[in-house]
Design a protein around this ligand. Structure first.
Ligand code: 1PR
Length: 582
């Protein structure tokens, strides 16, 4: 019997879904005895290295796991399930791993030694896993080909991690494939005897990932590599592919059904002479559309529950069931946003944001996206610093009290699981001096886009909003981006209320400003109208530190079938960007 090791954290539902899709039966490990009884064991580790090891010890799984691996029965680890095989990780000093492989995981450097440019950490997105070149290439090629791994035509897989095991002496006999991030070569697949593990998530890697999983399941006893001396792939500067994200803004229509909607500048009602009677624009059914985008090659799918600020998200069970159904057939990362916040019931019961996130992860989400609550958290961070600073990145340690949703979810599930979604609006000013001093870092100059003065040179700064753009707050986009990173967010989704639904292109100035302010990946959103808008935003490199935009999101053009995801990807690939096309 195949057993899946689950210790209660993160999205393991997606792996279960992919096994079902591939037609394999499995059971969940409930007790240490289940591990000893398993014929094959799959460990989709989630969370931090320390929390994974702690959970293994608390549940009495650590020793049975060592004994299981030593017995020669097939083991497959995924992500942290691979890292626990090593001696330890810089992520959790003093915590010992299983010690099966004599090496340690370390944090990615946030600079690219080759180019001196900043690079985002976590490493998040689709990168190639390249077969390590052995002395006996033939044997290695034949082993790799069983898993779809090759040196000449490597495929893309989905990664999300801040720590990696460098290709080093201790892993030479173990590494089957390596991956390049910037100037770092790290181990992305290990295989020796009965042990097989991937740093990437095969269950989130579309067809290539499913094929690899199927190969492992079909022949769970792989042969040990025959050759001894591995040579790393040459170190060339490489980043994950640029990601194309399909986004579905979801809300109830006037009949109470969940529909995908899309507006302009966040107004999702149809244009009608009598504004009061205008219905919510209905672009289709959420799961159907999401499945179409997966089939068409979307690298990620995001669902945003755009009206959940009105109620408590867990009172909103349709979103959970929607996610459950979507995750059963969509094998790329899913993000869910809207209403991730602390909530107190009318009867006084307190529900932390962490509980909402937990429910979403269990239903199949890989990341949660936090909007309004992130603004309040950064305001609080600034207030706790005594109003002495305007840059939340400089907030002292004591201002971080671990009580915000971002901090708690990030600590429990890892930074890569926390996206902060920002809804900024331009505030035009006549002179530089008109920008409040605290917001000067978000001032930019460009061309006016207001109808009455369009085309004139202008200056503006970016003010953040909450509740779907309905309320302005005294925080600018740079403060929010830096504060979110300080609190533990692993990615930023940058919308633009001015460009939303306009088809006029991404606000590249805004993206450049934000990318230059942080070291975490940035997803550009709002305004995509044609393929060129994607290549435009990908061409921009932060003027502050040279880092590019990692991903671009669109909604309206995909819903209305004006441009397909395949067209966008082909256009970007043709323009020279590294894109996942398989
Ligand atoms: O504040 O944590 O409850 O989260 C609410 C979330 O819902 C936020 O991420 C916020 O951006 C989003 N949201 C709230 N109201 C709206 C609205 O449209 N009325 N949608 C809304 C924002 C942003 C993208 C959109 C892109 C691309 N939508 O999802 O799809 O702008 O559109 P385009 O390609 O058609 O231009 P919380």
């Amino acid at each position: 019997m195949l057993y899946l090791l689950d210790y209660g954290a993160g999205n393991i539902q997606s792996l279960a879904n992919s096994l079902k899709k591939l037609g394999h039966e499995f059971a969940w490990v409930q007790t240490p005895e289940d591990i000893l009884r398993a014929d094959a064991l799959l460990f989709p580790g989630v969370g931090s290295f320390g929390s994974a090891m702690q959970a293994l010890h608390e549940k009495g799984f650590a020793e049975p796991l060592r004994a299981y691996i030593a017995s020669g029965r097939p083991y497959m680890g995924i992500c942290v399930g691979m890292q626990v095989l090593f001696e330890g990780s810089e992520e959790s000093a003093g915590v010992a791993g299983l010690g099966v492989i004599p090496a340690r995981a370390e944090r990615f450097s946030s600079t690219d030694g080759t180019h001196g440019a900043r690079k985002a950490v976590p490493h998040m997105g689709w990168s190639k896993a390249e077969l390590v070149e052995w002395g006996d290439n033939e044997a290695r090629a034949s082993l790799g080909s069983r898993y779809g791994l090759s040196a000449s035509a490597p495929r893309h897989y989905y990664f999300v991690h801040s720590y990696r095991v460098p290709f080093c002496e201790g892993v030479r006999d173990w590494a089957l494939a390596t991956t390049q991030y910037g100037d770092e070569t790290f181990v992305s697949v290990v295989q020796r005897g009965n042990v097989f593990a991937t740093q990437f998530h095969p269950e989130k890697s579309g067809r290539a990932g499913l094929a690899l999983l199927d190969a492992w399941l079909s022949r769970t006893q792989a042969e040990p590599p025959s050759a001894r001396h591995a040579v790393p792939t040459p170190a060339s500067a490489r980043a994950p592919t640029r990601r194309i994200v399909a986004c579905l803004d979801v809300r109830s229509n006037d009949d109470g059904d969940l529909v995908v909607t899309k507006g302009e500048s966040y107004d999702v009602r149809e244009r009608a002479p009598n504004a009061g009677a205008a219905p919510v624009r209905n672009m289709g059914k959420p799961v159907e559309l999401a499945q179409r985008y997966y089939e068409e090659g979307a690298d990620e799918v995001a669902f945003l529950n755009i009206t959940s600020f009105r109620e408590w998200a867990l009172g909103d069970q349709p979103m959970l069931s929607l996610l459950n159904v979507a995750a059963a057939t969509i094998f790329v990362p899913l993000t869910i946003g809207g209403g991730i916040r602390d909530f107190t019931d009318p009867d006084g019961t307190f529900h932390p944001a962490l509980n909402v996130a937990h429910a979403y992860f269990r239903a199949g989400a890989d990341k949660v996206s936090i909007g309004s609550e992130a603004v309040y958290a950064v305001e609080q961070l600034l207030a706790r610093a005594g109003g002495a600073i305007s840059d939340p990145a400089k907030a002292p340690e004591e201002a971080l009290q671990g009580d915000t949703g971002i901090e708690q979810i990030s600590r429990m599930y890892g930074a890569q699981a926390v996206v902060v979604s920002i809804d900024p609006k331009r505030v035009y000013v006549d002179a530089e001096a008109d920008v409040p001093a605290a917001h000067a870092a978000s001032l930019v100059a460009g061309v006016d886009e207001r109808p009455a003065t369009a085309g004139q040179p202008a200056r503006w700064w970016y003010q953040c909003t909450v509740k779907g753009g309905r309320e302005l707050r005294d925080v600018d986009v740079v403060q929010l981006a830096r504060g979110a990173e300080r609190l533990g967010a692993g990615e930023l989704l940058i919308n633009s209320i001015d460009r939303d639904g306009s088809n006029n292109g991404f606000d590249v100035r805004l993206m450049d400003l934000v990318r230059g302010a942080v070291d975490i990946p940035v997803v550009a959103s709002s305004g995509a109208g044609c393929v060129q808008h994607f290549t435009e935003v990908f061409a921009a490199r932060s003027s502050a530190h040279g880092a590019p935009i990692e991903a671009a999101l669109a909604a309206g053009i995909f819903h209305r079938r004006e441009v397909s995801i395949a067209d966008v990807k082909a256009g970007c690939a043709q323009a020279g960007y590294d894109i996942r096309l398989d």
